[in-house]
Design a binder for this molecule. Sequence first.
Ligand code: ADP
Ligand code: MG
Length: 309
Amino acid sequence: MSETPERERATATATVHCDGLVQVYGTPGLEVTALRGVDLDVAEGETVALLGPSGAGKSTLMWLFAGLIKPTAGVVEVCGRRMNDISGRQAAKMRLREVGMVMQNPGRNLLPYESAIGNVLFAQSPTRRTPKAKRRRAAGLLEAIGLASVAHRPAGRLSGGEQQRLAVAVALANGPRLLLADEPTSQLDLRSAAAVIDLLRAANEDLGTTMLVVTHDPAVGKAFQRTVTIRDGRVGAEGRAGEEFLVVGKDGSIQLPTDLLEVLPPGTLARAVRIPDGVALHRADMDGSGDLDALRGPDSTSPAGGQRP
Ligand SMILES: Nc1ncnc2c1ncn2[C@@H]1O[C@H](COP(=O)(O)OP(=O)(O)O)[C@@H](O)[C@H]1O
Ligand SMILES: [Mg+2]
């Protein structure tokens, strides 16, 4: 794209902060706990891929960040504002001006009777750009994601994959400071997904847009600086350039990343050993010193392979 939009406003930094975030859906007796205490910080300009199995609470997190729902407990701050206290109108204003949102169901992001280019023009309404600049920006975005040929088709008549790409263009149209995107490449072939990833990267590099993207797509994970895994309503593993980070939960629990689960499968008895800069975990049945009976106490029976001294 030839032009980058001007930064419209300079308010607080485009960061995300949450502390002990809990989300319970439903009514007493019929409750679903979607988030069980999420602690997460995203710095200005950072690109974070949110991974995790279906039902882990990823979309719930995105709705909380976008101010579409209010948390049951805990703190959520976005762009320096406490989303717990913000009104629906203020949240809508934030989404219009500084927080771009791509919802998991792409159709929900679009005006179905408006043309593709009309959607991208409308998204720029809060900017002070001239009509000509808006049209240039809209055409540039549609070109970049391969939608130039359907620019005048109503959004509601585009295919699922086309709607998904259009939703990304709409979310980026006015140069948001923070982009929240929920599985933005799930319906795309490799080539279209690559175009979307390029567009996200360009927004981050040119404008410093902070990005938080839910994805199952390894290509998105690779293009981003950091990955955070959500599992069962909590932050599980964190990774950065080949490293794995674990978060120790408030109750002292940790969740191992998948590749380490190959070393310590669920149900393994492990020995925690204090080492100079932390704690090492050893398989108690394989580390030579593994005396399972001693670890399990005097009443336990000898497990298969275990030996009494
Ligand atoms: N509006 C809702 N009412 C009740 N339960 C919900 C609602 N939205 C999501 N859930 C439940 O919350 C949990 C997390 O859902 P979600 O955030 O969509 O996870 P993910 O995006 O990781 O698949 C799931 O068990 C889901 O069924
Ligand atoms: Mg989801």
